[in-house]
Design a protein around this ligand. Sequence first.
Ligand SMILES: NC(=O)c1ccc[n+]([C@@H]2O[C@H](COP(=O)([O-])OP(=O)(O)OC[C@H]3O[C@@H](n4cnc5c(N)ncnc54)[C@H](OP(=O)(O)O)[C@@H]3O)[C@@H](O)[C@H]2O)c1
Length: 269
Amino acid sequence: MNYKDKWALITGASAGIGATFARAYAAKGANVILVARREDRLRELAGELEKAHGVTARILAADLSEPSAPQMIFDALAAEGTPVDILVNNAGFGMPGSYTDNDWPTHRAFLELMLVSYAQMTRLFLPGMRERDFGRIIQVASLAGLVPGSAGHTLYGPSKAFLVSFAQSLAAECDGTGVHSTALCPGFTYSEFHDANNTRGLVSQLPKYMFMEAEPVVEGAIEAAETKRAVYVPGAWNKFAAWLARTLPRPIAERMVRKQSARFRKKHA
Ligand SMILES: NC(=O)c1ccc[n+]([C@@H]2O[C@H](COP(=O)([O-])OP(=O)(O)OC[C@H]3O[C@@H](n4cnc5c(N)ncnc54)[C@H](OP(=O)(O)O)[C@@H]3O)[C@@H](O)[C@H]2O)c1
């Protein structure tokens, strides 16, 4: 697919999977709109992409845990007549610890970023895609949204499960149009995610086969969005884990997750 003259908006583009999406879409000819809080990083990436691929790269610094941010982004682009043909909702982080380790304002901001901003960005940009009869919407969910909830990171799995279901609903609603909706469900992926939430020490003890580089995750997701897959799980190990979660009787799957969580926590307490 060549995306020349298309515009791809990627949230969380200053690092990891989001920056990889930006590089991949720009390499395929798309102009990009890069969104995250760290403006310096966005500017550097925009320069790199314009130089390497001759595309236009716009940056919009925004904190998507602020309720006003999605509308601000939409208004800024509408004012200059920039369409969004590809929307990658990706910004996110993990919050380790048990539910009561964090106060409600912290959880609320987490939900605002991980749920509300994804739903609102989609609501704002979908009508334009429908009008032009072309759109690709990728919600970056997680394998954690496909397996039973485990101890710690309490709202993370539920927020990702929401995105999986949301992408499926949108895919059903947009079927027969030029708009495709996909939930990307990566497992452990090399990025800054585990540095940002101070769990690098823990996860670096996991076997290497459980990890993927961001590039194949992103290339697979772009392909999945083209081929109208509502849910895409990259990598053999992640596919196996998703298959197990789907196939095992629920009580057995839940018991496995509980045991594994307990072992992991005890070992690393
Ligand atoms: N890495 C994994 O193992 C893994 C696995 C499954 C799913 N995921 C999902 O993949 C997505 C991307 O994570 P990643 O692995 O690429 O992590 P990352 O390298 O830490 O990147 C996270 C990105 O999100 C942005 N971000 C965080 N909070 C934000 C906010 N309040 N407003 C705007 N942008 C914000 C960060 O930019 P600024 O700090 O500059 O704002 C950064 O660009 C997340 O949704 C994550 O849940 C990751």
